[in-house]
Design a binder for this molecule. Structure first.
Ligand SMILES: [Zn+2]
Length: 229
């Protein structure tokens, strides 16, 4: 573990060797940078590569920090963000069905353990996202049908570094449960991004032209999701 100074801030640096061809940078948090490097790549080369990416790292770290601050501010007054709006979290001991009201999210559980609360929240997030995606997907189902492709199955789970993933060969899309915190316009943009991988598996220019053809404000939605707006 080494450390790195970016714009006066210290970042922890972890370098992992992997059977890959190119260096990949990933910010795990505003103060931790993870680098995946090919076996043949020396530490000096890794550091030189990082040098060329300084402004990207600084901008990204700031963005992540802003996002965390917003969520912490809501949490400090017992609120959480649901579809981009702060709501009061009301925890009720007992049995019941989670309810999202205009100003409150009511969740039920047998005790107040953090794991119990997390489980109840994740269950709510999954059910709620599932219902929203059912409303959003017909449009994207139509697009892939026009390409003579099979409709995907959609799964939900908590992920740490991605908003969604797609395995085109299995026609399987997975969405991050954390999307429940963001506006539906963002959820829809991630959903469409993963659907578009059924048409173009990689992130080529063709991929983005398919994306923009059906969602011209894709970049705005993406910026909103990443805390740029
Ligand atoms: Zn992608």
């Amino acid at each position: 573990m080494e450390s790195l100074n970016i714009n006066g801030k210290t970042l922890r640096l972890t370098i992992q060797r992997k059977p890959i061809r190119n260096l990949i940078l990933r910010l795990k948090s505003p103060d931790e940078l993870l680098v995946s490097a090919p076996y043949a790549c020396s530490n000096a080369e890794v550091l030189r590569f990082i040098e060329t990416k300084r402004s990207w790292i600084a901008a990204h770290a700031e963005k992540l920090a802003r996002q965390q601050t917003r969520q912490a501010e809501a949490a400090a007054v017992g609120k959480i963000m649901v579809y981009g709006k702060p709501v009061q979290l009301q925890w009720v001991i007992g049995r019941g069905k989670a309810r999202l009201l205009p100003d409150r999210l009511v969740l039920y559980g047998p005790d107040t353990q953090p794991e119990t609360k997390q489980r109840a929240f994740d269950q709510f997030a999954k059910n709620s996202l599932e219902a929203e995606v059912e409303r959003l997907r017909p449009r994207w189902d139509q697009v892939v049908t026009d390409y003579h492709l099979a409709l995907p199955s959609i799964h939900y789970r908590r992920m740490t570094s991605r908003w969604g993933s797609c395995i085109p060969a299995k026609s399987k899309i997975t969405l991050n449960l954390k999307l429940v915190h963001y506006p539906l316009a963002c959820v829809d943009s991630v959903l469409w991004h993963e659907y578009a991988h059924l048409i173009v598996p990689n992130h080529s220019q063709r991929f983005y032209s398919v994306i923009l053809h059906h969602m011209p404000d894709y970049e705005v939605r993406k910026a909103l999701l990443n805390g740029d707006l």
